[in-house]
Design a protein around this ligand. Structure first.
Ligand code: PEP
Ligand code: MN
Length: 340
């Protein structure tokens, strides 16, 4: 349920409602907007009829059910958009944020060369996998701690905040000592133990959509983070499995970007690299993501993609990334007018 306070509600009236919600056995989550305050009532163990009675309390405009199963993620409980801050980068604040870097951290030279180049071209955050979720156990699994130290060096030199993937609860502490933002990869979207652990952190989290997850499942996974206390969450659409598997690795579901932004207040970015699996599709897909309202993109870039230890086929080289940044900044074409 949501208790919508009236615009004129006093602080005392808001506090009274919060106390009554607790007394009824629920957990109140308060959102203070510019105009009004909303008290979202979370939990299933309380006495619902006591909430309905709150309609009669001073300062309450109405008490309505939350229409979606993802309650704290829903825009109904938090009408203003969330801005996620990663160092000095603000995701969801209206500017299109470009995150770039290699799929995997492979060496200090590779990472520094990439970091310098993507920064020069306009990226504001650096990516690089230290612990890699690979389909085959025989493929490169990431350099682990050594990669985290390389990411530190790249941050020190460029000042770019760093995002890297966390696959397991065991690695959370060590990764937190080196990262500015944690990535929950597509394969771990429903790793509930991991989500519960990350919910307790102050660190921002990027939650990728699972390849077979519905938008509802994705938003419910995000709900784990918010319900556990971490509201610094960015959603990332990275392509889903469809019948197309031959020509594209995944199908980048851009409508889901718009839908997730419509249903939730969290920033949503797109990953055209994993979303398509093809270098040639990164620029058009990035432009489409921008047009559909994404808050940014995360893109794989490697100084020499043919030598990449993972995801070379979908990685841009440094010049390719530079031209991607130019393509994104191109103005959209004008709409034709009937002139004959
Ligand atoms: C990655 O970002 O390199 C990665 C493995 O992503 P995903 O979880 O989307 O496959
Ligand atoms: Mn990758």
């Amino acid at each position: 349920m949501i208790v919508n306070m009236s615009e004129a509600a006093t602080e005392q009236e808001i506090q009274h409602v919060i106390e009554r919600v607790r007394e009824a056995g629920f957990d109140p989550h308060v959102t203070r907007g510019a105009e009004r305050t909303i008290v979202a009532v979370i939990g299933s163990q309380g006495r619902r009829h006591e909430l309905e009675a709150l309609k009669a309390a001073a300062g309450v405009e109405d008490v309505v059910p939350i229409a979606t199963p993802f309650k704290l993620v829903s825009r109904q409980t938090h009408p203003q958009r969330t801005v996620v801050e990663v160092g000095c980068v603000r995701i969801g604040a209206g500017e299109f944020v470009v995150i770039a870097g290699p799929c995997s951290v492979e060496s200090l030279d590779q990472m520094l060369e990439t970091a310098r180049a993507v920064k020069r071209a306009g990226a504001v955050m650096l990516r690089g996998g230290a612990y890699k979720p690979r389909t085959s156990p025989y493929d490169f699994q990431g350099l682990g701690l050594e990669a985290l130290e390389i990411l530190d060096a790249a941050r020190r030199e460029t000042g770019l905040p760093v995002i890297t993937e966390v696959m397991s609860t065991e690695d959370v502490d060590i990764i937190c000592q080196h990262a500015d933002m944690l990535q929950v990869g597509a394969r771990n979207m429903q790793n509930f133990a991991l989500l519960r652990r990350l919910a307790k952190l102050k660190m921002p989290v990027m939650l990728k959509r699972g390849p077979s997850a519905t938008v509802k499942e994705w938003l419910l996974a995000a709900e784990y983070l918010l319900a556990g206390g971490n509201a610094q969450v960015v959603l990332c659409e990275r392509g889903i499995k469809t019948f197309e598997s031959e020509m594209m690795r995944n199908t980048l579901d851009l409508a889901a970007v718009a839908l997730a932004r419509e249903l939730s207040h969290l920033p949503v970015i797109a990953d055209p690299s994993h979303g398509t699996g093809r270098r040639s599709l990164i620029a058009p897909s990035s432009r489409a993501a921008l047009a559909i309202g994404a808050d940014g993109i995360i893109v794989e870039v490697h100084p020499c993609p043919e030598r990449a230890l993972s995801d070379g086929a979908q990685s841009l080289d440094l010049a390719g990334f530079h031209s991607l940044m130019r393509v994104i900044a191109d103005p959209m074409p004008r709409i034709a007018r009937h002139a004959c």
